[in-house]
Design a protein around this ligand. Sequence first.
Ligand code: ZN
Length: 279
Amino acid sequence: NIEIEGHNAVQLATMEPRRTYKPLSTAKNWYEYFKDLNGIDSIESVNPDFTPRGSERGNIAVCSMLKLASDSVSSVLTALAALELTIPDLSQRERLTIHMLGGTARELMVLRLNEEFLHLLPKLQLVTVGYIGPDIPSASGKSPLLPSECCQYCTAAGRKRHIFLRRSLYHECDEASLFPEFPPDLIMACNSGHADEETESWRPTLERILERNIPALFTTFNEAEAVDEQSVLRRMGARFIQDCGKNRWHGLVPKIENFGARYEVFYNNYFTYIVKGKK
Ligand SMILES: [Zn+2]
């Protein structure tokens, strides 16, 4: 079973699929997402600024739980926000395919949350997410489509989510099958650090992404990384359809990086930008 339940990851998808489409962009922050879209009852224990309402111990615990939940579902909502921006008729779409590059334990631990695409997009029948990267666990290098178990409501409605895994650099993937079989609506790389680490192998991948002329969403742990990555891509002639900026859907759990004496706080998917083809 590929669906690893993380010991410390709180995973709270919207409980039931929505019947009417309410764009994610109508929620201005995590509080409004949990209250107006996700519909979780315990949001009543939290203030709009995500501090606990009152000093009850229980409310403090709910606050921590929802912050952990935001960290888990951050990549899905970040992708959804990019899809809303790049696909004008998103609410009418019955199929969506996303290529997730790099693919780390973080993304693979929260596969179950791909269900959120089905729950927030009422017309969507099938969502396919491909995880592609050199560290993806896959014995053969090419693995078939793996259906995942949906919730009772989606299952009864015949709605499906699939994943596939490719242990390969994106530009070395078997294009003969990957693109014709699973043409992506969005390419996404979470916290890739492509301007900082493995820059040699990222370069041809970035070239390939720009050649494909498909919206590509990148996230970073901090602003400096996003700025560096933006200059790399600008030098390559990339067309930015969203400049780098703080992501409304970054995880709410602060993480600390220790550079000797200097401590820096960063977040999951803290900054984002979107490119599509070349100018
Ligand atoms: Zn469902």
